[in-house]
Design a binder for this molecule. Sequence first.
Ligand code: NAI
Length: 306
Amino acid sequence: KKIALVGAGQIGGTMALLAAQKELGDVVTIDIAEGVPQGKSLDITHGAQVIPSSVSLTGSNDYAAMKDADVVIVTAGLPRKPGMSRDDLLEVNCGIIKNVGENIKEQAPNAFVIVVTNPLDAMVYTMQKVTGFPANKVVGMAGVLDSSRFSSLIALELGVAAEDVTAMVMGGHGDTMVPLIRYATAGGVPVTQLLPMDTLNAIAARTAKSGGEIVGLLKTGSAFYSPGISAIKMAEAYLKDKKSVLTCAARLNGEYGIDGLYAGVPVIMGANGVEKVIEVELDETEKAAFDVSISAVKELTAWVEN
Ligand code: NAI
């Protein structure tokens, strides 16, 4: 198998290391920055004996290097700086995604494409439009990360293992994302039975601002370890046909009453990419929050259309 990482920055480098550790396939990293994809690939290769990993890692400044890749993960673009919202990145990253998309179409026409670049929902929409690939083969990474942030913060509060908490965040990958408290469990026990509602509401609010919290701390860019881990989980679900139930930006075709828009929803992911969109029942408050989030996605997507 071949995995192409377009963008060799903070997230790209993290993903190259993770993909090598998991031996998911040969890893090609592509970036416009001269020497960076080559340097990061060689650096990880130098550690192959210790990891240990037997996959090949190469870096290139030429899109032709992604030829016939099975999976392409795109992080090319600018990240946020303090004071910026994800939406501030729209114009410049849209141009980059169009360029990258045309190259994916030419070089890797059968690839499963995972977009990470922000503003996520509008960028994955652009990618699917430019490539013309079937919608099940073009997805956006956000829900795995936002859900993991939500789960991890609940686990911290409970003082339990993060892996035992399952909590889901739906909607757009922006300030209006919707953490679903009612569906969160720890080892199958609803967390609403374990923590007071005001604590859970505070955790949900912190989850929605977690990306910004990291930007404020780092000052030089945005989160990259947890985004890298999350995108690799999606690549693994596809490559190993795991039928994973995870949340990602998927193109909706009538589900949740939405047509032709990318938004964060739970799906089953396997060898066919998005194999099914799962429609969970939302109560009135959750539905209202979801609708607000979808309006934000609509606004950004409309910008792309014009
Ligand atoms: P970074 O700045 O470290 O890396 C981006 C890389 O893209 C740079 O190395 C740059 O040279 C490269 N690049 C720019 N134009 C390119 C082109 N046309 N072709 C190939 N490479 C190109 O940024 P980082 O931290 O890796 O973040 C990447 C993106 O991911 C940002 O847009 C950020 O906002 C987004 N992000 C998304 C998350 C999500 O949950 N979806 C979470 C965190 C970040």
